[in-house]
Design a protein around this ligand. Structure first.
Ligand code: SF4
Ligand code: SF4
Length: 498
């Protein structure tokens, strides 16, 4: 057993209101500079939709992630030993500027400097690359809220799982339904971007698993852009280097959550430590599609297990890190409650960002022009969700319907459990049956409700303790003279972890 610590995340999609505050917070801090204009390290997509860059989920075209060969070997889809050097110079599977958009600004100066005339001066859009006037034809959220648009939503690759009838139902105007999907780099435990880099510029930080690009080593070959199936690495056209989400590590190292987490209006984001067994990763990633979610869970280690704690200590994981893992909200959502699922586990990168799928506000759909909603069988309404189970399964469980149904059952059961509580009907047979069928007891339902609905910041973000600086400083405790003047307060942990 090779125990590693990972800073992991959960996004609770029922709570996302699609406000894009997260994207703007990230852009203002990290990508508001020449060459990075089109980079959205955090973006929020409307689903069904084609996303950003357009159709990023279509791996027939982009060839990102890993595949299992006939000999049961795990291989990169984007390159092999023979062709990787050719693809350094020409890669037909790279996204082009048209798959993103040509960044633009407006000619604001014209508003004040225009010559006197009969018409009000306007600020025309100009390309941020060429400086020439352009007609805007695409943007990072071009299909925002446009579920139902024939150009975007109907081309969502996940819809290929649906029958023609189900697709028709999805886009009927009365029952149009959509969800928001905020995305950042998943800081995968089996990152294809790292494996594809010919210069060795990409690396996974040993102490917390954050995936970073060493800008001094990167030579701009862009193999990582092709290899990442989530298209979360971008090429800076000005510096000629690749860039990606750094999980705001300078903030994490000072005890603050990443900017997109901190600013999230819906408070959908959770962060905590997971321990995993690096020895098991490769084998787990070879699992067949329908058992991929379970096999990804099997890599994660119980932070309360004495054997795991012993293995963690042998790998110089600090007691504070183990403590963080034991209090991790991510462990609760992913392993204890099995509510959070990885996005597209079939890409086999072992993403460390998990999603609680949305329980849509209204279950039921139009049949012969009449609104239908089955009431006799409580859980049957899940099958009537406006977003079909097959669509959600294509996003979060590699097509395994049972995984997604079991999450939906729990979410629906919690809703009814709390409703019954406010009506003072908690002891009723119906509620007991609902909880039993969704494999929960009242304590678990209440705990899920509490962490979902009213968590404080210290429950949402159980940040890893500072490891790097302490290790670099050689294990010394905070100086007496500081007395908190550094502003870090008791966030700074005195013990060493590396
Ligand atoms: Fe690498 Fe992030 Fe893409 Fe995973 S999501 S392959 S860590 S860039
Ligand atoms: Fe969703 Fe939070 Fe981003 Fe708003 S800030 S779009 S609620 S993830």
């Amino acid at each position: 057993m090779d125990v590693r610590a990972q800073t992991a995340m959960v996004f609770h999609l029922d709570k996302c209101i699609g406000c894009h505050t997260c994207s703007v917070a990230c852009k203002n801090i990290w990508t508001d500079r020449p060459g990075a204009e089109y980079m959205w390290w955090n973006n929020v997509e409307t689903k069904p939709g084609t996303g950003y860059p357009t159709l990023w989920e279509d791996q027939v075209n982009y060839k990102g992630g890993w595949e299992v060969t006939d000999k049961r070997e795990l291989k990169l889809k984007s390159q092999n030993k023979k062709n990787f050097w050719l693809k350094m110079f020409y890669n037909p599977n790279q996204p082009t500027l048209d798959d993103y958009y040509e960044p633009w600004t407006y000619e604001y100066k014209h508003l004040t400097d225009a010559k006197l005339g009969d018409d009000q001066p306007t600020a025309r859009p100009i390309s941020q690359i060429t400086g020439e006037p352009i007609d805007i034809e695409a943007g990072p959220n071009w299909d925002d809220d446009l579920s139902g648009s024939p150009i975007y939503a109907e081309n969502d690759p996940n819809l290929s799982q649906l029958s023609e009838d189900e697709k028709r139902m999805l886009f009927e105007i009365e029952s149009i339904s959509m969800m928001y999907l905020p995305r950042i780099c998943n800081h995968c435990a089996n990152p294809s971007c790292v494996a594809a880099c010919p210069s060795g510029a990409l690396y996974k930080r040993g102490e917390d698993g954050i995936v970073l690009v060493n800008q001094d080593v990167c030579r701009g070959w862009r193999n990582c852009v092709a290899a990442c199936p989530y298209k979360k690495i971008y090429f800076n056209w000005k510096t000629g280097k690749s860039e990606k989400c750094i999980l705001c590590y300078p903030r994490i190292e000072t005890g603050q959550p990443p900017a997109c987490f901190h600013s999230c209006v819906g408070r959908i984001r959770y962060m905590g430590v997971l321990l995993y067994d690096a020895d098991r990763v490769e084998e787990a990633m070879k699992a067949p599609l329908n058992s991929l979610v379970e096999s990804q869970r099997s890599v994660l280690l119980d932070p309360f297990d004495p054997e795991v704690i012993k293995g963690a200590k042998e790998n110089n994981i600090s007691p504070e890190m183990i403590d963080s893992a034991q209090n991790s909200p991510v462990w609760n959502y992913v392993m204890k409650w099995k509510l959070a699922l990885p996005l597209h586990p079939e890409f086999r990168t072992l993403p460390m960002l998990y999603y609680v799928p949305p329980l849509l506000p209204v279950m039921g759909k139009i049949g012969d022009g009449i609104y239908e909603h089955k009431t006799e069988d409580f859980f049957a309404s899940i099958e009537q969700a406006r977003l079909p189970m097959k669509f959600l399964a294509s996003l979060f469980s590699a097509g395994n319907l049972n995984e997604i149904r079991s999450v939906m059952k729990k979410l629906l059961a919690i809703r009814h459990f709390k409703r019954a509580e406010s009506r003072k009907e908690l002891g009723s047979d119906k509620i007991r049956k609902i909880l039993h069928e969704s494999r929960m007891d009242p304590e678990e339902a209440e705990a899920i409700y509490q962490l979902t609905s009213c968590p404080g910041p210290y429950e949402r973000f159980v940040l890893p303790p500072l490891q790097r600086e302490e290790a670099m400083e050689g294990g010394e405790e905070c100086p007496e003279s500081c007395k908190g003047s550094c502003g870090l307060g008791d966030v700074q942990t005195p013990k060493r972890g590396l």
